[in-house]
Every structure is written in C-alpha cells, then in structure tokens.
Design a protein around this ligand. Structure first.
Ligand SMILES: NC(=O)C1=CN([C@@H]2O[C@H](COP(=O)(O)OP(=O)(O)OC[C@H]3O[C@@H](n4cnc5c(N)ncnc54)[C@H](OP(=O)(O)O)[C@@H]3O)[C@@H](O)[C@H]2O)C=CC1
Ligand SMILES: O=C1OC[C@@H](O)[C@H](O)[C@H]1O
Length: 384
C-alpha cells in the first residue's frame, strides 16, 4: 500500500504552482507505487482569495483548506509536511515557523541567505526530530542518479574536473527590472543564489557527493562577480573550486580535483536551447567524460564519451513521465524519508547544503555582495 503524505503549500507564486502540478500527477506514471501525495492546505500571505484561486485553478481535490496567512497553515493538524515556496530572503523565517509548529519541511533553494541561517535550520530540525530538506529537485532526477552511479562505478575513471554553466541570455533591464526577486537585494536576488546554485550542485554532486562520506572535504574557492548596475545584485558569477580527492599519492602534493561553476543572466550557456553550443555540464574523468545537456536545473539528456579506443559513445535521454516538470521525484523522496523516519535525505544531506551555502558566502565575501542586515540576520523572527 502506498505511503501517502499530506502537504501544506506555503505561498502561491510561480514555483508553488509548478510543484503542485507535479504533486497531482499519478505516481504510477513514473513507476512509484510505494508513495502518494495529497495537498491538504494552501496559504497565501496576500489573501485567502489568492489561496482559494490557487486551489481552484490547479484543480486540487478536496478537502484542501485555503489560508490567508502562513501561521494558520502550519497550525493545521492535517498537514505532515510544509513546502516553503517564498523568495530566498524569507526561507529561514518561514522554515523556522513550520519547524516550530512541528511540521516537516521541504524548503526551496537557495536554502537560506547564508550558511549561518542554514545551520540553525538543521539544528532546529535535529532538536525537534523533524525532517528537513533543501529542495534541490535536480538531484532526484533519474538522470542525476544515473550520472552519480556511472561516476561511482569508475567507468570514466577518477573525475578530476567538472565545468557547469547555468546561464540565461536575458535582456536584464527589460525582463527583471529592479524589483523582481531575481535581481532585488531585499529578496536576496542575484544569479549566484538563484541559478549559480545549480552549477554548484553539479560540481558538488560529481566531485564531492560521489566520494565516501568520510572523504568529502570542503573546497577552496576563488571567484569573480559582476554586479547588475541597477541593484548591485550579481548578474554574473564565476567560481573556481579545488577539492581534495580520495586518491592516495606517494608524493608530497595531494591530488586535487577542480570545479568551474558559472552563472550569468545576460549571456546564455545554451543560446538556442538545442545544445548547439555544446553541453552545459562536462564531467571529466581519467577514462572519459560525461556531458549533460539542457538547463542544469532540468537536464534532458547526457552523453558518455569513453577515452579513445575504450568503448562507444552512449547517449541517454531523460523523459518526464505524464508531461511533468520533474519535481515529483524530489516529492517522492520526501515521502520515502518520512515513511522511513529519516530526518534528512541522503541525496541532499544537511552537511552538503551547509557546505554549498559556505561556498556562496565566501563568493559573496570575495565579490563584496551583502544583503540587507534584516535578511542576513540569524534572529528568529527576522527583524523585517
Ligand atoms: N526549484 C525550481 O525550479 C525553482 C525554484 N524557485 C525558488 O522558489 C522560490 C520562489 O520563487 P518563485 O515562485 O519564482 O517566486 P514568485 O515571486 O513567483 O513567488 C513567491 C511567492 O512568495 C510569497 N511571498 C511571501 N513574501 C514575499 C515577499 N516579501 N515578496 C514576494 N513574494 C513573497 C508570495 O506568495 P503569497 O502571496 O501567496 O504568500 C509570492 O507569490 C525562490 O526561492 C526560488 O529560488 C523558483 C523557480 C524555480
Ligand atoms: O530554480 C530555478 O530554476 C529555474 C529558473 O527559471 C528559476 O529562475 C530558478 O529559481
């Protein structure tokens, strides 16, 4: 019998809509007969009407309660887990609210504004014996699981370099203006926290996560940032990361692997969105390479290229059952973790979320990007 979990949706914006659409797809279409999802509450901080419209527009089957504020949502005894879908600036405060009410939490990326806030969230979840996960959905794609398995199998040898680019070629002034969360410092805007996190995800899931746990070590970081002239949030960031590897060496200089994580909202990594410019991700090992195509947050296919003479090139497509967006795979992971009494997911462990947030803190320090003290604060509630 399927283990059914009951979701409360905090906020009714763009990603909440996409996530709920995926939650409503039949899990059997993706061969997941062990778990199921119900949406039993939706809250909008704007108005109850907005929550009601969300429920109606998406055709969420009843009973599902519309709330006019987040406090009432987290107090709903019928909800098991809250999906936090507010801007990054508010994740710390909103996730703390849900944990404080005894709810498990799936919180959108970037987890928080800084690593200090993430540490507090994880510690709070630990103390309260609640599940908590950063919603880095891409990690739960079958494609990501397969790529990690290929790396672990040794097929492309030791992975010593990963290059990842998550870039949109937007007319920034026209598309994002100054108030949109993408560029607005008051909402912790900027390419790094919004998109760069996916480049870092690929660097971490190929050079860090694939190592045995006791060999995962934080990287050293060098970076450059370009501010958006109208707001000061970054419109372009490039990060060089250097990780200790697990390879035993005889010499005095330990082996290191390198990551290059790029993000830009003014030039595109894949201008025609057909892969003509090449892959957005290259994972380079001593025996070959894996290339990943499509936006790094929603990759669509990968190619395994063995070293010359060592085998055939292999192309693998990623399908999205039931015309989904691909967010149902992370939702299924949440359901399985709750069923199994886990507090964190193996695919996106707390320590790795913290390690990635620490990289982003360091990149912002090097680039001189600070956000208002009100949203960098570790005070709960935030002094907004
Ligand atoms: N995983 C993914 O693929 C994606 C993830 N995201 C992440 O999801 C989060 C939300 O992004 P997105 O849905 O695009 O954003 P939207 O602006 O579309 O929606 C955010 C919602 O948050 C609520 N909210 C609460 N406080 C504020 C505030 N001060 N300012 C603005 N909105 C507020 C509002 O809902 P209400 O009025 O109902 O309370 C609003 O509709 C971000 O952290 C982003 O990084 C975004 C896109 C894709
Ligand atoms: O997480 C995300 O992925 C998709 C992008 O369009 C969006 O801006 C970002 O928040």
């Amino acid at each position: 019998m399927a283990h059914t979990i009951r979701w409360g949706i905090m906020a009714t914006g763009g990603i909440a809509t996409t996530f709920v659409r995926d939650l409503l797809k039949d899990p059997k279409a993706r061969d997941a007969s062990d778990v199921a999802h119900q949406v039993v509450g939706v809250a909008s901080s704007s108005s109850k009407d907005k929550a009601t419209q969300f429920i109606e527009a998406l055709g969420i089957p009843g009973p599902c309660t519309a709330y006019s504020n987040y406090d009432d949502l987290v107090a709903d005894p019928h909800i098991d887990v809250v999906y936090v879908a507010t801007p990054h600036s508010h994740h710390f405060q909103n996730a703390m609210l849900a944990l404080g009410a005894g709810k498990h939490v799936l919180c959108e990326k970037a987890f928080t504004v800084n690593a200090a806030q993430t540490r507090i969230l994880c510690e709070t979840a630990r103390q309260k014996n609640l599940f908590l996960m950063e919603a880095v959905w891409t990690r739960y794609f079958p494609l990501s699981v397969q790529v990690r398995d290929i790396i672990r199998s040794g097929e492309i040898g030791e992975v010593l370099r990963t290059i990842a680019d998550t870039s949109f070629g937007d007319d920034v002034e026209e598309k994002w203006g100054t108030a949109h969360r993408m560029v607005n410092p008051d909402l912790a805007g900027g390419a790094l926290l919004d998109l760069g996190i996916y480049s870092l995800t690929w660097v971490f899931q190929t050079l860090y996560h694939t190592l045995p746990k006791d060999q995962r070590k934080s990287p050293t970081v060098t970076s450059q940032m370009t501010p958006y002239h109208l707001t000061g949030a970054d419109e372009s960031t490039t990060i060089l990361l250097s990780f200790p590897t697990s390879t035993p060496t005889n010499g005095p200089h330990p082996q290191r692997s390198q990551g290059v994580a790029m993000t830009n909202i003014r030039v595109a990594g894949d201008p025609d969105e057909q892969g003509t410019a090449g892959p957005n991700i290259r994972i380079q090992g001593t025996k070959g390479e894996i290339q990943v195509f499509g936006y790094p947050f929603r990759p669509t296919r990968y190619r395994v290229i063995p070293k010359k003479g060592a085998g055939e090139v292999r192309d693998v497509e990623c399908s999205f059952p039931a015309q989904g967006h691909g967010m149902y795979w992370e939702a299924d992971e949440v359901a399985r973790c709750l069923r199994d009494g886990k507090l964190e997911s193996e695919g996106m462990p707390w320590e790795e979320s913290i390690a990635i947030m620490e990289v982003m803190d360091e990149v912002r320090r090097q680039g001189g990007l600070t956000y208002p003290a009100t949203i960098e604060s570790t005070q709960y509630p935030l002094p907004l």
